[in-house]
Design a protein around this ligand. Sequence first.
Ligand code: GLY
Ligand code: MN
Ligand code: MN
Length: 441
Amino acid sequence: MTDLQAEYAAHAASLQQRFEHTLAASGWQSALVYSGSLTPIFRDDQTQPFRAHAWFKAWAPLTGVPDCLIHVQPGAKPLLLFHQPTDFWYEPAPLPDGPWTRHFDLLAVPDLTAARSALPRSLARTAFIGEPPAEAESWGLGAINPPELLLPLDYGRAVKTPYELTMLRAASRTAASGHRAAAAAFQAGATEYEIHLAFLAACGLREQELPYNAIVALNEAGAVLHYQNLRRHRPALHHSLLIDAGTQFNGYASDVTRTWSFRDPDFRDLIDAVDAAQQQLCAQVRPGADWRDIHLASHRAIAQVAHEAGIIRCSPDQAVECGVSSVFLPHGIGHLLGLQVHDVAGLQKTPEGGDIPRPAGHPYLRLTRVLEPGFVVTMEPGLYFIEPLLAQARGDARAALINWPRVEALRRFGGIRIEDNLAVTATGSENLTREAFAAVA
Ligand code: GLY
Ligand code: MN
Ligand code: MN
């Protein structure tokens, strides 16, 4: 057995054990995990790009096949009902045959009716996990996504198995290759669209295989946090590139941001200062650390950078106290990462549910839990020149604390974000992204 086969075997055993435990505790007999449906577009024969449900991907490294089901029962091998229609318009997916498939009873089914026939006559004590297809209404399912089952499972997904860490490392490596190609295209004067194509080509992916829409922002566009356009025209001058682009490997995501200065040494120094602050924040990632404390520390760190760069006229402490740091860093410092780019249960208080509140004044933080070994998180401080937030600050007491001529001079660069993916270890963290960049250098 290769290492990867052994890792998958242990991962499957861990999933089986977690499902058995949670089924028993919640009183359900079995779980039916769905890969998802193709979603038709209104009055059209086209469908939305398919994205497999996360819980299905947790079991099977299959990201592109709708209408598959996995029946998980205590004490039995899971049954994978693999959707293989008879079709000559589209190519049916081949029956999978990997080292992982031996952990399943595998049955090809032409449609959902056949899938239902392969399941036990009564599903009254079976819980369905996923967005159910219309056909499932007549299946006699006990429940759909019952919270007493789903919440404990979601909570546990924060801790990755060694197999999942291997997948996440691989996703980081493809992203690093893509980022290197994107940076080279930028330095050669490419458009946003061309930079995006360079990223995709280097990763060997098509756009719909990315875990989220890549953010490829030249100049002022870097100030739009989830900038969605890929402009085809060449700007008169290149000042900066902010690229937030990740990849997937067997359904596991990377989420990586780099910012580059075209020629300007002053902006390059500012990027370096944010990068140094980011590394200091990464050093705080360890078991037992409260993510809310790391988030608040990131505001002090970015306020310090802004202070040293002459962007603010007050002390870093005052900037945090008066909400000036939030003008330049309005988003959360990071989030859980895994089968979803913003993975589930970041705010969940206990396996049973409940929320750990965000710190007051920080409405966009997506993670408030205390870190444990096996968590994978992003660390993504930023420093942006966002017009609507600057306009608000100009109109209130914060105006006196900001060096407006300096801000005006930096506006053309949009903003800076440096984002790495970190796995929490027993004593600290492993930076998946920095290791990946070093490996593809
Ligand atoms: N790419 C979205 C984020 O960084 O959270
Ligand atoms: Mn990102
Ligand atoms: Mn992120």
